[in-house]
Design a protein around this ligand. Structure first.
Ligand SMILES: *Cc1c(COP(=O)(O)O)cnc(C)c1O
Length: 478
């Protein structure tokens, strides 16, 4: 090919000319002039770079149709929201990176209602006076937990921060060394303590803490005694910790509040639904806790929120702290939380109505049947490249709840038919192909297999209908 043909400036059309191509002009009506112009500029810049790079190789297609098609693709990719739905087939039901609890449909409707118009968020309709946003939730929490009062903030980390800052500013808080937890990257109990302005007093040892350790730690500067639920690990073997009841007695003997950070904070006995026991908020309050903090989007099954429930005088002090304003949650959270709490009023139907309980208690046979329906579809996609099987697997609850308990589940597993050496790469390619689907599918790699745990697959139809688009580039299946 002649050198002149390779001059990018000479061969590329102008922005205006591309905007007037029939295939592009029609996009303007649908998307607006600015987004289309931006996409045209991006496509021309990309083509210019391709031309410059293609010193001797094939040149990009510069026909009107090809350019228009590129603009349409670029526009579509740019219109894709950043935050979007995925299929969580990781086997971790409450997956923090994948948004934790799925909300019941009624809660999403309540969110839409308050989001699109005005509401009585902080307005007392009866008196016409200013109201309190906690009023929509407080009575429900009190009824479900036996607490005298409750307040709600942005998440449980905020709840812990606010309790400490309100009750233990420049004062000491004894915590067992066995409970100095880190949850996810940034939530470390010692860091939260110091940011709250409280002085952590470490008590006992990593594996054993005794009542006398707390007794020895309490002094004139002690503000409260705190117990932290060790959500994401267990200390096993030669261990001892002080039970809530006994710790409450010690705290009350010194006229100090006893605070428990419960983490997941179940509102009901999970054993009713065939699940392992997790301490409930009501039990912890009955054991003598003056305040309990817990998350809204873990076992409770609601939106992201942090709840502080317990003694009315302490909740009143917490609500007077100006930091409450900085940590409060918004109307959409309150709307969703109210709906979820009302579902707890009818425990017999909770498993049908609250997704978290429904998913956690989903029978293994039912999950396995789904796997048997889906496996043949995947077998067809991976014919000759990987072997597809239905296999039992174990789900976990996640978000630090019941870290060692596993739920019997079923999976479709995909094992690449490569030599041992290529397996890692092939698995990564399979995982990437599933992530590349219109609704990305997130699984996990374990034991040289790509595993899709189907416990949380609630929309099988949508899942199956997009499988035809599954593609692995290079030597994989089409
Ligand atoms: C999860 C957890 C937290 C943090 O709660 P978020 O709602 O994620 O902020 C704090 N403490 C414990 C014990 C937890 O399990």
């Amino acid at each position: 090919m002649a050198n002149a043909a390779r001059s990018p400036q000479a061969s590329l059309p102008s922005v205006d000319r591309v905007l007037n191509l029939p295939g592009v002009a029609s996009l303007i009506a649908a998307h607006g002039r600015t987004p289309v112009t931006n996409s045209v500029r991006a496509v021309l810049a990309e083509l210019r770079a391709n031309l410059a790079a293609a010193e001797s190789g094939p040149l990009p297609d510069l026909s009107d149709d090809a350019i228009a098609a590129r603009v349409a693709r670029t526009l579509e990719a740019r219109a894709q929201p950043s935050l979007r739905p995925v299929f969580n087939l990781t086997g971790t039901v409450l997956h923090t990176n994948l948004g934790r609890a799925m909300l019941p449909i009624e809660a999403t409707q309540a969110i839409a209602q308050v989001a699109k118009g005005a509401s009585n968020l902080e307005f007392d309709i009866e008196t016409g006076r200013r109201g309190d946003r906690d009023s929509h939730l407080e009575a429900l929490f009190c009824e479900l937990t036996g607490a005298a009062a409750a307040t709600v903030v942005n998440n449980n980390a905020a709840a812990v921060l606010l309790v400490l800052n309100s009750l233990a500013l420049r004062k000491e808080v004894p915590v067992s060394r066995g409970e100095l937890i880190e949850i996810g990257g940034a939530f470390r109990m010692p860091d939260i303590m110091s940011r709250a302005g409280s002085k952590l007093v470490e008590v006992g040892t990593t594996n054993r803490t005794h009542p006398r350790d707390y007794e020895n730690a309490v002094g004139p500067r002690t503000a409260l005694i705190m117990k932290v639920h060790t959500s994401n690990y267990v200390v096993e073997g030669f261990t001892a910790d002080v039970a809530e009841k006994q710790l409450a007695e010690i705290a009350h003997g010194h006229e100090l509040p006893f605070v428990v950070d419960l983490g997941a904070g179940s509102l009901i006995d999970l054993e009713t639904y065939g699940l392992p026991h997790e301490p409930t908020v009501a039990e912890t309050l009955a054991n003598g806790a003056d305040l309990v903090t817990f998350s809204g989007d873990k076992l409770l099954g609601g939106p992201q929120a942090g709840i502080i429930a317990g003694r009315a005088d302490l909740i009143a002090r917490i609500k007077r702290n100006p930091m409450k304003r900085a940590l409060r949650c918004d109307k959409m959270t309150i709307a969703a939380l109210e709906v979820v709490l009302r579902l707890y009023g009818d425990p017999d139907r909770l498993a049908q109505r609250l997704p978290v309980i429904g998913l956690l208690s989903r029978p293994q046979e039912e999950i396995e049947q789904a796997a048997r329906r889906i496996a043949p579809l995947l077998e067809a996609r991976f014919a000759g490249v990987a072997s597809v099987e239905v296999a039992p697997c174990q789900s976990q609850i996640g978000s630090g709840s019941l870290p060692v308990e596993r739920l019997e589940s079923a999976a479709v597993t995909i094992a690449p038919r490569t030599g041992k050496r290529g397996t890692g790469r092939a698995l990564k390619r399979i995982a990437a192909a599933f992530r590349g689907l219109p609704i990305p599918v997130i699984g996990r790699i374990h034991d040289d297999r790509f595993i899709l745990d189907l416990r949380c697959l609630t929309d099988e139809e949508d899942f199956c209908s997009q499988l035809s688009e599954l593609s692995l580039d290079g030597d994989g299946p089409q």
